[in-house]
Write a protein that binds this ligand. Structure first.
Ligand code: FB9
Length: 508
């Protein structure tokens, strides 16, 4: 038997079987020397692919099997039987019996008492003793029940015995798919297995002509290739990326989450007393607490001047300006910090050349968390720098940008940002919600921000910003940001969410 493959052994067993009532795969496994049932099922399935060599019927049966504890009972006896065994004729003190007991002795003792094999008596010294009950026939019923299960004739045991054994975690039942196998019309002990592969050497030596091949099952479903899945946020990000690049914008380098207060605030003309600079709103770094490299001193001095006494026709904030405050390291609160750096570099390039830039990356705000706000989100920001730009250009570019997001009804509400004047909050009419939704913020960067950088007086910069999370939540119908971002995300959402088509085609 050993040299024969498992399926050949099965064919041999089937040959020997006198009646053709079929044999169950469980019995086959047993007859093949306790062969692993799953392996036998595998061999049966491959034999079943041959044309009517064998016939199979599939049954799903609940098969009882012993747990590790159950196997111990079979080898060493049941808990109650082992307790009974350990009680000397003279009895034993209860505490001694239970000494160092992991709990099974206690279980066994209760069972032994319940079965009337032993009893617990209180001695006059108040101590409890365990004694054997005399003239009772002690039979380890549980062990024999488990043996019956092993030998496959658990049927006579009855459900309540099985339930009790399950409750004692001595047996478990699991549904097993079994087969009844019988000889087919083309049954033979040595079947020639049709070829599954047409190999090169078969072609070379024309062997293939003599071979018979397994019929191709063209309806067989291919294995579903588990490809990677883009998180919905990344799909919407990709959508924004293609819209902005199509509009001729190029991306700014945002690979720095840690920023100095100088670039995140002071360079953007955000006053040092501005509430956004409090620890309530901003994550300050403990180490390294302060940035060591500020840009060139003249520029920093110009920023200090415009904050304190004003310049370029501005009165400034007439408030003190502290250098150590500007050096404090923080987690950037907006990607406008990057815009500041890029504009400063731009100002150093003479003559001034108009540019269109954007950034999409994480920003961090120490805000109260709610269903739509986490301590970090992705900011999308765009700006156009050119001579003579106006609010009209800003409104125009936003209509173009949001238009390509499928948003065609926009409203603008005057707003305030320390670094833009005028500033506009942007609202869009959401047909689904039948209401106006705030979709962003925007403005023209203030001269107090641009002139200290060295940008020419007539250069105007229109800029706007929004988040990535809000459009993604709306696009995918997600109400709580925690089911979009973070450890609570249900990966099925990632696997099953459709392609992001922020309906590029504007409804005419
Ligand atoms: O994204 C936002 N809303 C939004 C955007 C798109 C959208 O698309 C739908 C498919 C149709 C839906 C909603 N907001 C901005 C508006 C609100 O959600 C707001 O409550 C939350 N805002 C964030 C900041 O929260 C503290 C969103 C985030 C935001 C706000 C402002 C800016 C960037 C992000 C900015 C800016 C700016 C201004 C001037 C110059 C440069 C940058």
């Amino acid at each position: 038997m050993a040299s024969l493959s498992l399926s050949d052994q099965i064919l041999l067993l089937l040959t020997k079987k006198d009646d053709d009532g079929g044999i169950s795969s469980l019995d086959l496994a047993a007859e093949l020397g306790e062969e692993d049932h799953q392996k036998v099922v595998g061999a049966i399935k491959s034999l079943a692919t041959l044309d009517d060599v064998i016939r199979t019927e599939q049954y799903v049966r609940n098969v009882l099997s012993l747990t590790e504890e159950g196997k111990i009972v079979v080898s060493q006896g049941s808990h109650e039987f082992r307790v009974w065994q350990n009680i000397p004729d003279s009895g034993i003190e209860l505490d001694t019996l239970l000494l160092g007991d992991g709990g099974s002795t206690r279980v066994g003792l209760n069972k032994a008492v319940a079965s009337g094999w032993v009893r617990i008596v209180k001695k006059d010294d108040g101590k409890s003793w365990v004694e054997r009950c005399l003239n009772v026939e002690v039979v380890d019923v549980v062990k024999s029940q488990l043996l019956q299960i092993i030998n496959g004739d658990s049927a006579p045991l009855g459900d309540d015995v099985i339930t009790d054994l399950k409750r004692r975690r001595l047996v478990v039942s699991n549904s097993v798919t079994t087969f009844t196998v019988s000889r087919g019309a083309n049954f033979s002990q040595n079947v020639e297995r049709p070829e599954a592969e047409l190999t090169a050497e078969m072609m070379a030596n024309e062997e293939y002509a003599k071979k018979n091949f397994k019929p191709y099952n063209f309806n067989a479903m291919g294995t579903t290739l588990q490809g990677g899945h883009l998180h919905p946020l990344l799909k919407v990000k990709a959508e924004f990326l293609s819209i902005l690049t199509e509009l001729g914008f190029s991306e700014m380098p945002t690979n720095r989450f840690v920023e100095s207060s100088f670039w995140n605030f002071d360079a953007l003309f955000v006053p040092q007393k501005h509430p956004a600079r409090d620890v309530q709103d901003t994550f300050f770094l403990a180490r390294p607490e302060n940035c060591t490299r500020l840009p060139d001193e003249e520029y920093v001095a110009r920023v200090e001047k415009v904050h304190t006494v004003g310049d370029y026709g501005s009165d400034g904030y007439q408030t003190p300006w502290r250098r150590e405050e500007t050096q404090r390291n923080i987690m950037r609160t907006h990607t406008t910090a990057i815009t500041g750096r890029v504009l400063y570099d731009l100002a150093q390039q003479k003559p001034f050349k108009p540019v269109k830039k954007f950034s999409i990356d994480r920003v961090f705000r120490n805000e109260t968390l709610d269903a739509t706000h986490l301590a970090e989100f992705h900011q999308v920001e765009g700006f156009v720098a050119d001579r003579g730009l106006s609010l009209g250009h800003l409104i125009g570019i936003m209509k173009e940008f949001f238009g390509r997001l499928g948003i065609d009804q926009l409203r603008f509400k005057p707003a305030y940002n320390p670094y833009t004047e005028p500033s506009l909050e942007v609202f869009a009419y959401h047909k689904g919600f039948k209401k106006w939704v705030e979709v962003g913020n925007s403005g023209l960067f203030r001269p107090e921000m641009l002139r200290p950088m060295g940008l020419p007086e007539d250069v105007r910069i229109i800029a706007w910003g929004l988040s990535l999370e809000r459009p993604t939540m709306i696009r995918y119908g997600i109400n709580n940001i925690r089911s979009l971002v973070g450890h609570k995300v249900d990966l099925r959402l990632v696997y099953s969410n459709p392609l992001c088509r922020l309906d590029k085609v504007r409804e005419s």
